[in-house]
Design a protein around this ligand. Structure first.
Ligand code: GUN
Ligand code: FE
Length: 432
């Protein structure tokens, strides 16, 4: 359907520059036709949805979130990553072998995602093929545009959450891929080795070849997601498990799972965290055009550290944001934006005064164009972008103090969990 929205239009013209205007935003065939102070004649027959004094923002993109972990968010944060995985995460994910449990749990997750400001996401499921497809069914029905991974794990995992062999894991992955590619319009499979410690070289190699095979058959260019350099103990473990690697990223790169296939072609790849990516790894991230999913809330909760986002941005490395639920405690990308700003302030104050903290416009940029670019021409309200947007209602917070639109945006970000998403559109379809 083609239509027009009316309200305060806000989006990033660049990382530092916000556009704000009051007027009409036009959607034709799922794509923005731009915005106007007065509606041009050619669009005068289209229905207008008038959102009054509310803000219209680009849809928010969560480039790293674990759907099965939604069930236990907020628990276990006295532990660091590896103990948290063993004590809380793996036992919960093992339950997704049971399709009835998965059905209930994934319903809650998808409903939450639809309620909030997220329009697109890169999502982990579990190792289980059937419940991963059940999650994808629900996401497809929601209207959100997502990439979803059946997780691969064939070592260093509990018996009830470990695939029997690399061959078994690859077979299940192939079966899942075939079904998913056939079945969905806007729910895409993404290759998901959990992280280097839980995948044998044989499995990694097989996944790299699978990515290459699907490209060669021109079925679909498969993307890859995984975790990278999140926690010091994890990094030491990877050094021991993957001898001969030059850095953690190399454990993926050598198998064609780090932005480039083994035959040197681009593979869209997102790596979560990168708290401790040192020079060599940064070079590789940049050279291979890998996107970093910065997950500041998770990095606080699990005492992981602060990723040097300003440094990545100065170097031209691509950065997006991730809630990393349940490392993060909220699926709200407003919350992730304020976490990102706040940790960058502490990084500047305590670690490096050369690295200025992130500003409000930069945080919005990372949550919209930063993550949106992983999906194509996504993340802006300007003409030609896919029509993803949210209408945000802060009217319940009325105060006698007059506020301009930029001040209202700042409050929406910092008071994240109180922001109401009144309406949401993805590729021109209203999903809320
Ligand atoms: N590394 C491997 N698995 C996980 C996970 O589930 N969450 C986080 N934060 N890091 C991981
Ligand atoms: Fe994660």
């Amino acid at each position: 359907m083609d239509f027009v929205l009316k309200g305060h239009i806000v989006y990033n013209e660049s990382p530092l520059k916000l556009h704000t205007s009051y007027g009409y935003l036009v959607c034709v065939d799922g794509v923005s036709r731009g915005f106007f102070d007065a509606l041009p004649n050619e669009f005068s027959k289209l229905p207008v949805m008038d959102y009054g004094d509310r803000l219209i923002l680009p849809g928010l993109v969560d480039l790293h979130v674990h759907a099965p972990q939604y069930s236990f968010q907020g628990i276990g944060f006295d532990l660091e990553l590896l103990d948290w995985l063993e004590t809380h995460t793996f036992p919960e994910e093992a339950k997704f072998d049971d399709s009835r449990y998965a059905d209930v749990a994934y319903d809650f997750f998808v409903k939450d995602l639809v309620e909030g400001g997220t329009t697109r996401a890169c999502i982990y499921a579990t190792i289980h093929k059937e419940s991963t497809l059940a999650l994808m069914d629900k996401l497809e029905a929601s209207g959100l545009v997502t990439m979803v991974g059946k997780v691969n794990m064939d070592r260093n995992s509990p018996d009830n959450l470990c695939e029997a062999s690399a061959a078994e894991s690859l077979l299940k992955t192939r079966e899942w891929l075939e079904t998913a590619l056939e079945k969905y319009q806007h729910t895409y499979p993404i290759i998901t080795p959990r992280f280097a410690p839980s995948c044998t070289d044989e499995l990694m190699q097989g996944l790299g070849l699978l990515v290459q095979e699907y490209r060669e058959k021109a079925v679909r260019k498969l993307a890859v997601q995984s975790h990278l350099s999140e926690n010091p103990s994890e990094i030491e473990w990877v050094k021991a498990l993957c001898p001969g690697t030059e850095c953690y990223g190399d454990a993926y790169d050598r198998f064609g799972l780090f932005g480039k296939s083994v035959d040197g072609e681009p593979v869209p790849t997102v790596m979560a965290h990168c708290v401790y990516s040192a020079d060599k790894e940064e070079d590789l991230l940049l050279a291979n055009d890998v996107t970093i999913a910065h997950c500041p809330g998770s990095n606080l909760n699990l005492s992981s550290g602060i990723a040097p986002i300003r440094r990545f941005l100065k170097r031209g490395i691509k950065v997006a944001l991730g809630s990393d639920v349940a490392g993060g405690t909220s699926t709200s990308m407003f919350r992730v934006m304020s976490d990102a700003i706040q940790v960058s302030k502490m990084y500047w104050r305590l670690i490096n005064q050369e690295d200025a903290h992130l500003s409000v416009p930069e945080a919005l940029y990372l949550a919209t164009i930063g993550g949106g670019s992983f999906f194509g021409k996504v993340g802006s309200l300007a003409e030609g972008y896919e029509f993803d947007c949210i209408v945000v209602d802060d009217l319940a917070w009325r105060t006698p103090k007059p506020m301009n639109v930029i001040e209202r945006l700042e409050r929406i970000i910092y008071r994240a969990d109180a922001a109401q998403v009144k309406a949401k559109f993805v590729r021109g379809v209203q999903v809320k």
